[in-house]
Ligand binder design. Structure first.
Ligand code: ASP
Length: 332
């Protein structure tokens, strides 16, 4: 019989109305009642780890979740985690790095409408999460609206629709249709070494979306605030302005100050490549690191993870040149 750990953290799926709007209320035992699990086939251990709206989920909470999972791994064949949708993609990505090479499935799910609502999408999402966790795959995934998505490829793209998550720059690893859950074996994660969880993160990482006319002094401010990592969402394939307001000079200043800078695109789909245009080449000369086709969520959490042990810029660059959990496609 399989042993599954069911951990709740709050979010809409567990929420009920209050005078201040929706707040997480249901326990893991209460959520489980909606599933009608056959207890002769699977043994589920319930755990209420947090009861928060996921906008309050931060690196400290990711570490609590990852540590709990690390401690539970010996007694579990898989873990289902319920979580608010707002920051689910960040948590999925952070756990993917912290729990790199985890030999069991960790399936994260939630819903757009509370389980208490008769039309909730939560029952379907929970069912998919349990189906996926029982399939014996390895690694961290998001289960939502009949899709199973790699933890580092999930992005929340809708505030209201049930199809809230997309698998960005890689097909979903599984979809549900008339055959049931169909998994793409070629896209699944496989633990390829020992499981040595690295449950530390550097919190001094910021994501900066460029806008035309941005005051370059923002970079002085970030250096002054002692950020150790900056992810820049550049224009298109990696555009950064240097006429009138010279952001390239500022990049040089922050890199010289020891800050690691990763540049990705503010376009959701496809990849950035700084070597294509002059502004990008100028940025590369200042020592920035390329994010290529990574999601912004994956860039931020990978940078937090890469900086955990006070790695120097060379080590951080090496970490970004390696694909750990299918988070990046590096061009030849
Ligand atoms: N505000 C909620 C949360 O992220 C939204 C949701 O779960 O859908 O916790």
């Amino acid at each position: 019989m399989k042993h599954i750990i069911f951990i709740t953290t709050g979010g809409t799926i567990a929420s009920a109305d209050s005078e201040e709007g929706l707040v997480p209320a249901l326990t893991s035992e209460e959520l489980l009642k909606y599933l009608h699990v056959d207890e002769r086939e699977v043994c589920i251990h319930c755990e209420d780890l947090m009861k928060i709206d996921s906008s309050n989920m931060q690196p400290e909470e990711w570490c609590i979740i990852a540590k709990r999972m690390r401690d539970l791994i010996k007694e579990a064949d898989g873990i289902v985690l319920t979580h608010g949708t707002d920051t689910m993609a960040y948590t999925a990505s952070a756990l993917s790095f912290m729990l790199y090479n985890i030999p069991i499935p960790v399936i994260i799910t939630g819903s757009q409408l509370p389980l208490l609502h008769p039309l909730s999408d939560g029952v379907d999402n929970l069912r998919l999460a349990f189906e996926a966790v029982l399939s014996g795959i390895q690694g961290v995934y998001v289960a939502f609206n009949r899709k199973l998505i790699l933890g580092t490829r999930a992005v929340k793209v809708r505030t209201m629709g049930f199809d809230a998550f997309e698998s960005v720059n890689q097909d979903p690893v599984g979809i549900v249709d008339a055959h049931g859950l169909r998994l793409r074996k070629d896209l699944l994660l496989h633990a390829d070494g020992e499981f040595h969880p690295e449950i530390e993160l550097c919190k001094d990482v910021i994501l900066l979306k460029l806008t035309p006319g941005m005051n370059p002094d923002i970079f002085d401010m970030l250096a002054h605030m002692q950020y150790r990592g900056i992810v820049v969402e550049a224009f298109g394939a990696g555009g950064i302005n240097f006429i009138r307001r010279d952001l390239i000079a500022k990049l040089q200043m922050v890199v010289d100050a020891g800050i690691s800078v990763v540049v990705c695109s503010q376009c959701l789909y496809e990849y950035s490549n700084l070597s294509i245009y002059q502004p990008g080449q100028k940025a590369l000369q200042q020592g920035v690191i390329q994010g290529y086709d990574m999601t912004s969520e994956a860039c931020v959490t990978k940078l937090m993870w890469a900086l955990r042990d006070h790695h120097d810029q060379k080590e951080v660059r090496e970490i970004f040149q390696r694909n750990y959990v299918h988070e990046i496609n590096i061009p030849e």
